[in-house]
Design a protein around this ligand. Structure first.
Ligand code: KIV
Length: 305
């Protein structure tokens, strides 16, 4: 598929493709056991890198991850941003929407992803009711996600969320906005529907985008809206836009890992491209294991002590 080339790159190549300077030995984020010879310096991606990528026209690659294993794999591939999304509720925890995801869920999975990644910028979603109840709740909960290892939080909403974004950002907690099809508003929208299709909706989304930027967000996710509108918002804003179901005109793209890997089958939105078909090999491997246990061919002598 179109993205397969990117995913086949080794980490150093991916690093160059992103147009970022090579990791600096002795830099501030020195990972490894000892300084000097043999120590490996890892330069973490930060919000300035993301702003520069927009200025230079380099696309921002964002993917969700919910645990250390996948965060490590995606980091090794060289993605720019890992999002611990509240899609956790659907793809990991078995809920039918994101409304039952709790702060405890997000803190646990953010901490796990943080332990797995080295370079990628880590964003954690603020779950339903962790920020809608007022600025002090929002700051406290956003702070907990930073303490768990995130470098920024993402919260849903446009003009209605501007005061909250301003409060969290003024506590020096970087905020990524999220407008358009906002899954925590599923009942207000009457389902998961593309937003901004009518003229009044389009005007409202342009206002939402401006309000989110003005409130101090460093980036914004544009979800489920016409590509032309997302392109217009991207050209209007000075902060990077990350699209999902919003066309190719955004500064970057995000997909849920289970969708792009072909692991999640419950529904297939139009905007999802499956860059892999991992469900089938998983079924085949587990099926072969079950058959081998049942017919006594596993464990063999070579697996026994
Ligand atoms: O929860 C999530 O994974 C998200 C992305 C799809 C943008 O918010």
């Amino acid at each position: 598929g179109g993205g397969a080339g990117v995913f086949a790159l080794s980490a150093p190549d991916a690093w160059q493709i992103r147009g970022l300077p090579d990791p600096v030995p002795g830099g501030r984020f020195l990972l490894g056991t000892k300084k000097g010879a043999g120590a490996m310096a890892i330069r973490k991606t930060n919000i300035l890198d993301l702003a520069r990528m927009k200025a230079e026209g380099a696309k921002i690659v964002m993917i969700t991850a919910y645990d250390a294993l996948f965060a490590r794999i995606f980091d090794d591939v060289g993605v720019d941003v890992i999002l611990v999304g509240d899609s956790l509720g659907q793809v990991v925890l078995g809920h039918s929407d994101t409304l039952n995801v709790t702060m405890e869920d997000m803190v646990r999975h953010t901490a796990a992803a943080a332990r797995g990644r080295k370079r990628a910028f880590l964003v954690a979603d603020m779950p339903f009711l962790s920020y809608q109840t007022g600025p002090s709740d929002a700051i406290r909960n956003a702070g907990r996600l930073l303490q768990a290892g995130a470098e920024a939080v993402k919260l849903e909403g446009g003009r209605n969320a501007a005061g909250t974004i301003r409060a969290v950002a003024s506590a020096d907690i970087p905020v990524m906005g999220h407008i358009g099809l906002t899954p925590q508003s599923v009942h207000r929208m009457g389902g998961y529907r593309v937003q901004g299709k009518t003229d009044p909706q389009r005007e409202r989304l342009l206002d939402d985008a401006a309000a989110v930027q003005e409130a101090g967000a460093f980036a914004v996710v544009l979800e489920g809206m016409p590509a032309v509108l997302a392109g217009e918002i991207t050209r209007t804003l000075s902060i990077p836009t990350i699209g999902i179901g919003a066309g190719v005109g955004c500064d970057g793209q995000v997909l849920v890992m289970h969708d792009l890997l072909g692991l999640f089958d419950e529904f297939r939105p139009k905007f999802v491209k499956r860059f892999g078909e991992l469900r089938k090999p998983v079924e085949d491997a587990v099926g072969a294991y079950a058959a081998a246990v049942r017919d006594g061919s596993f464990p063999g002598k070579e697996h026994s002590f």
